[in-house]
Design a protein around this ligand. Structure first.
Ligand SMILES: [Fe+2]
Length: 472
């Protein structure tokens, strides 16, 4: 059934509507031509509840749902779509009972089972590293899956070195060293944890830090020598959480500017705190790098934590509200002076900022994000893809297509030694008039031109959140 988008909330419901089908089929409907150089896998992940609660899937918070990991493989101008659920304990228990017996952020379990099963849905990101593949969400350890078959392997506890309750879904893999840095946060002290996973999978650093307050800290950033923890102007209220409060009640606005904890990557380093001029919150930095004794970081920043919290609370029944409106910001940290400057560089809203992953932690010029004009009603999920120039050049947009929504862009270099924007931008497109999903491929040097290819998937893929590329 076609679910036409007449309002942003209806559009949001349409792109995030579950489709609990594990695809395994060649992609046969291709508009244009898939570039022959594209050899590898685009992994994507997102909530996709397989057993609906009695209240219905639209009652679920949009962060909630089993993780249905998708792998779209490209080779010789062809594509194949594979989808497999992460078979966590909670997924298996719901399947065995054929009932919603493990509750989530906004819907409690339909009935109680003993012993209780923790709600583990690694539905936020899917990250290849060192020949392994990890499905991730910020309320649990990484969940390992087979990179080829997507078979579930189970949770990984950093070889017994985990210090906190969980780690996040946003590791940063240094494009030059191959080290995977990842942080965790929790509402009890010490609030922050940091790990470094070497390319061979060994854990070379596991350290904990305290902070002035516990904040939801969805993502972080690295540079060549430093790690940056963004402490948002919101409090993660442990007591409310333990009392079973709704997600939007667990978060509370805090009358403090955004504050950034910066430490060196060497073991045993202490955090220095840098206060920004304004309050705010960020889910996602784009990239950070060092130059002339300074750290430069771009991010998508929410200027009103109160509006954001209200939107996150109202996300049930796909009512995303109006608070999901981050703007692109640049932050400049002077390591000598201990200061932080901030600059908002566009009135457009943005989310899901990405770069050429070979430059994570190092100086980059180009960035890509899913964006919307302030008045186009997109409310935090996007109409278009924008390519930014950190050297101040004009932004370039993929043209809007009526009835289409776009998700997080992933850059893929044309070959190993290609220049920074010499390659392709891959992202999901949902077409409401067709009720179908495609993977679109743009030339990164011509994102405003017609796509090189649009690959329509026979199994509709709810957008979910994040994805990554693994070359062959
Ligand atoms: Fe994220």
């Amino acid at each position: 059934m076609t679910d036409r988008t007449t309002t942003a909330n209806e559009g949001f419901a349409a792109v995030s509507r579950p489709n609990p089908v594990e695809a395994d089929a060649p992609v046969t409907r291709i508009e244009g031509e898939i570039p022959r150089e594209l050899a590898g896998t685009l992994y994507r992940n997102g909530p996709n509840q397989h057993v609906a609660p009695q209240a219905g899937v639209r009652a679920l918070h949009f962060f909630d749902g089993d993780a249905l990991v998708q792998a779209i493989r490209f080779e010789d101008g062809q594509a194949h779509h594979l989808g497999r659920y992460a078979r966590t304990e909670s997924y298996l228990r719901n399947a065995a009972e054929n009932a919603y017996v493990v509750g989530g952020l906004s819907v409690k379990a339909d009935r109680v089972v003993e012993p209780p099963v923790p709600g583990h849905s690694p539905n936020t990101n899917i990250v290849p590293h060192g020949g392994r593949l990890f499905a991730m969400a910020e309320n649990m350890p990484p969940f390992e899956m087979d990179p080829e078959t997507l078979e579930s392997k189970g949770m990984w506890d950093y070889d017994g070195k985990m210090l906190g309750m969980s780690t996040t879904a946003h590791p940063k893999i240094d494009g030059k060293t191959g080290q995977m840095w990842i942080h965790g946060y929790q509402p009890v002290a010490p609030f922050i944890q940091l790990y470094c996973v070497e390319p061979d999978g060994s854990v070379s650093l596991a350290e904990a830090h305290d902070a002035d307050w516990p904040s939801m800290m969805h993502d972080f950033a690295i540079t060549e020598n430093h790690v940056i923890f963004p402490l948002g102007s919101m409090l993660f209220d442990f007591e409310r959480m333990m009392a079973g409060a709704r997600f939007g009640e667990v978060l509370r606005e805090l009358d403090r500017p955004m504050t950034f904890g910066i430490r060196r990557r060497e073991p045993g380093s202490e955090i220095r705190w840098f206060e920004a001029p304004s309050a705010g919150y960020m889910f996602h930095p784009g990239n950070a790098y060092e130059e002339d004794g300074k750290i430069f970081m771009d991010a998508c920043t929410y200027e009103s934590p109160a509006n954001l919290i209200a939107s996150l609370d109202g996300a049930r029944d796909a009512q995303v509200g109006t608070g999901l409106d981050a703007h692109p910001y640049l932050y400049e940290f002077d390591l000598e002076a201990g200061t932080c400057k901030e600059t908002r560089f566009s009135d457009s809203t943005c989310e899901f900022p990405r770069i050429d992953d070979r430059l994570v932690g190092h100086k980059n010029r180009w960035g890509y994000a899913a964006t919307a004009e302030p008045d186009d009603g997109a409310l935090g999920f996007a109409r278009r893809i924008t390519k930014y120039d950190r050297q101040g050049g004009a932004s370039v947009h993929r043209a809007d297509v009526d009835g289409q929504w776009v998700g997080e862009p992933v850059f893929v270099p044309r070959h190993e030694t290609a220049a920074e924007d010499e390659g392709f931008v891959l992202f999901p497109v949902f077409d409401a008039t067709r009720d179908e999903t495609a993977i679109e491929i743009l030339d990164a040097r011509a994102v405003d031109a017609e796509p090189l290819a649009r690959c329509w998937l026979d199994t509709r893929m709810p957008f979910g959140f994040h994805g990554n590329w693994a070359g062959r």
